[in-house]
Design a protein around this ligand. Structure first.
Ligand SMILES: C[S@@+](CC[C@H](N)C(=O)[O-])C[C@H]1O[C@@H](n2cnc3c(N)ncnc32)[C@H](O)[C@@H]1O
Length: 209
């Protein structure tokens, strides 16, 4: 069963030195896990709009703005707009659950974001996502091997990251749980779920043409 424990990074000011170190660790973790490479490769070439929920430091979207110049890009996060972000990316700061769901469709990305929320909140979020054509979801796999890899990484990461990595895995997902918890529609979409030994569970949900 998923176990939810508050993450330290979520309760620190954005410019706290420990929070900044932990966000840098997160970039390295994303690199090691291949998360951003997988997301970039899974986005449909002709997508007209890319939306990321929980966009963090905007690292992924800055990269996607270069790769998909035809697409409009929108980000949601509690954090303020990152200074380095290309001006073409629209940044919406605040609690996602307080924002009306966009109706523009296109591709929605959630990278290491959904595990923050309880099952009822995820059901709400599933409804928020209903107008998108493609969902690309990358979350921690709740399993022993990722927990052991996290322990091996412990000497190289900040104590905030060390704590948050463990609680993220404990709040992560096992096969089948993402679509079920989000209560995604059973008809009209094609689903593909994969797991990666480095600790990711990945769901692609694509509207049928
Ligand atoms: C673990 S970080 C992942 C950030 C980014 N996707 C990455 O992989 O580097 C989770 C992000 O979700 C954001 N977040 C958490 N709760 C949120 C909410 N209710 N609404 C919007 N953003 C939220 C946090 O501010 C944080 O940037």
């Amino acid at each position: 069963m998923r176990k939810l424990t508050p993450e330290l990074l979520d309760h620190l000011p954005h410019d706290d030195p420990g929070a900044m170190r932990s966000r840098a660790d997160l970039r390295r973790i994303n690199f090691f896990m291949g998360n951003e490479r997988w997301i970039a490769s899974a986005i449909p070439e002709n997508t007209h709009h890319i939306t990321e929920v929980g966009a963090g430091d905007g690292h992924l979207l800055a990269r996607l703005a270069g790769k998909f110049p035809q697409a409009e890009i929108t980000a949601y996060d509690l954090a303020p707009r990152p200074a380095h972000l290309p001006l073409s990316v629209k940044w919406i700061q605040g609690d996602l659950f307080a924002q009306a769901p966009p109706a523009h469709g296109g591709t929605l990305i959630a990278n290491l974001f959904l595990h923050h929320f309880t099952d009822p909140k995820l059901c709400e979020l599933g409804a928020w996502m209903r107008d998108f054509d493609t969902l690309l979801i990358n979350e921690p796999l709740r399993a022993l091997l990722p927990l052991m890899l996290g322990k091996l990484a412990a000497p190289f990461i900040h104590p905030i990251t060390r704590h948050d990595m463990r609680v993220s895995i404990e709040a992560g997902f096992q096969p089948g749980e993402l679509a079920e918890t989000l209560a995604l529609p059973q008809h009209g979409f094609v689903y593909r779920e994969i797991t990666d030994w480095r600790g990711a569970i990945r769901l692609v949900c694509q509207r049928r043409e």
